[in-house]
Design a protein around this ligand. Structure first.
Ligand SMILES: CC(C)(COP(=O)(O)OP(=O)(O)OC[C@H]1O[C@@H](n2cnc3c(N)ncnc32)[C@H](O)[C@@H]1OP(=O)(O)O)[C@@H](O)C(=O)NCCC(=O)NCCS
Length: 317
């Protein structure tokens, strides 16, 4: 009993040194939080033999989320140095944890748990019925921590990659007609309908964010006059998000997206493919794409059987 008490006190002291504070993130924190995230990801992926995975990038989506809903972004700070960052966003009924990272030198001291508690409170206040996130399959710590907060493993998500030249070989003709996404009310209505069917929530604000990203092109997908999905392609050859109104359309949507990506000048083509989307996985393998990083969707009970959706990345979903 005395030993347990002493251990508890020790942990409490480690979690709350005098100068460690948890506070809402500000816009001017976001360059430092990006640097922290890059170093924590690369520390993890190098330790597990995958080599460095992350590179610094402008924190545009973080800034967008902060302006949209500042309740979802938190930092742990000690003497002016940022030691941890948590960031969640909400769309309708879905709360998503985009990032949770702690400085590698300060992991295992309760900081991640404290930050996660604050974003889980964000989920509670938002009233979202579903909670989800994408983490690394090989990170035991994050998975255990998420289970502690009621989020459980749902399915693998594989990051696939290949040179454009390899993907282009014997690529089937694109089966769906495409129309560039614009910001009109009619387009937004179609996107809302597709998202409601594919992931159970409207993501209109996120489509507007992507519309403003000069490095990303979005298309609506049609069979005849019926709009059956959408797809985004980055100038770097990355595909996603992709969504379809029915599971049996997803392979055609992905085929069309592969063709659009292969027609560009990027050196590589890549995508995050859920383990539940058999036909899409088969196509990726047939087109010589390779599994680069194994990831995992974790979610609150009853959510996350994606068979009509390919996420953009672990932060955007
Ligand atoms: C994941 C991460 C944010 C957690 O933050 P942290 O400050 O290191 O974690 P904490 O000390 O608050 O909590 C650790 C908890 O994880 C759980 N845990 C750790 N190892 C575990 C294991 N092998 N099995 C099950 N649960 C485990 C325990 O609940 C543990 O708490 P306890 O020590 O009190 O029992 C941090 O380690 C990190 O940044 N890792 C690298 C990047 C990453 O993977 N981030 C998640 C991306 S989605």
């Amino acid at each position: 009993m005395a030993l347990r008490l002493a251990r508890g006190l020790e942990k409490l002291c480690r979690s709350y040194p005098m100068s460690l504070v948890y506070r809402p993130a500000r816009a001017d924190d976001l360059a430092a939080t990006d640097a922290l995230v890059v170093s924590a990801i690369n520390d993890l992926t190098v330790r597990h033999g995958f080599g460095p995975m992350a590179m610094a990038s402008p924190p545009s989506f973080q800034l967008f989320s902060l302006r949209d809903d500042p309740d979802g972004l938190w930092v742990a700070e000690d003497g002016g140095e940022i030691l941890g960052f948590a960031w969640s966003w909400v769309c309708g009924n879905v709360w998503f944890l985009a990032q949770l990272f702690v400085d590698p030198a300060r992991q295992g001291q309760g900081i991640g748990n404290e930050l996660l508690g604050r974003t889980v409170e964000h989920a509670r206040k938002s009233g979202a019925a579903h909670r989800a996130l994408i983490t690394f399959t090989f990170n035991r710590v994050s998975q255990g921590l998420y289970m502690r907060h009621g989020l459980f493993p749902k399915m693998p998500i594989y990051f696939f990659n290949a040179t454009r030249a390899r993907v282009m070989g014997e690529l089937p003709a694109p089966p769906l007609r495409t129309l560039t996404i614009d910001g009109s009310a009619a387009t937004m209505e179609m996107l809302t309908e597709i998202d409601s069917r594919a992931i159970g929530a409207s993501r209109e604000k996120h489509h507007r964010y992507l519309l403003d990203d000069p490095a990303t092109t979005g298309v609506l997908l049609f069979t005849g006059n019926d709009c059956v999905g959408y797809s985004y392609i980055g100038s770097n050859g990355h595909i996603g998000p992709v969504a379809a109104t029915r599971p049996d359309i997803l392979r055609e949507a992905f085929t069309t997206a592969l063709k659009l990506a292969a027609d560009r000048s990027a050196e590589n083509v890549s995508a995050f493919l859920p383990g539940t989307c058999d036909s899409v996985l088969s196509l990726a393998i047939k087109q010589c794409m390779r599994i680069t990083f194994p990831m995992l969707l974790m979610a609150s009970p009853g959510y996350g059987d994606w068979t009509q959706y390919l996420p953009r990345n672990p932060g955007f979903m």
